[in-house]
Design a binder for this molecule. Structure first.
Ligand SMILES: [Zn+2]
Length: 122
């Protein structure tokens, strides 16, 4: 993700630490922002260790402070799973909600039809 965009997102959540960069496309900005907002609501105060695309899906890895209660851990874990599910249909390039997972040049990518066309016509 674009560094400036990422820094802007980090700045919106001073209550927890966020990895220095995100290894995914800008199109997932919205679903990451929604996730962070919910994590904040659950009282998450640890570190977002990693945000990355893996096999065409968005993975968010968290590290909780030791004293974090089990129900908070579970809420956060479930929320990150939901984000992974949402990323199956959210275009990694533009954020469009009609994306599909596709194999492009041997790599799995989640793109909408328009972005897929752009990616494959290069
Ligand atoms: Zn797209």
């Amino acid at each position: 993700m674009n560094r400036d965009k990422w820094r802007e997102l980090q700045g919106q959540f001073p209550e927890f630490k966020v990895a220095a960069y995100a290894e995914c496309g800008d199109g997932w900005y919205g679903i990451i922002q929604d996730t962070f907002r919910d994590l904040s609501g659950y009282g998450f105060s640890g570190t977002v260790v990693q945000v990355k695309e893996k096999f065409g899906l968005l993975r968010i890895y968290l590290d909780h402070p030791e004293w974090t209660q089990d129900d908070t851990r579970k809420l956060c874990r479930d929320r990150c799973s939901l984000t992974e599910t949402l990323s199956e249909t959210t275009c990694e390039a533009c954020g469009d909600g009609t994306a599909k997972r596709r194999t492009i040049g041997g790599w799995l990518s989640t793109l909408c039809d328009a972005c897929n066309e752009k990616a494959t016509s290069k």
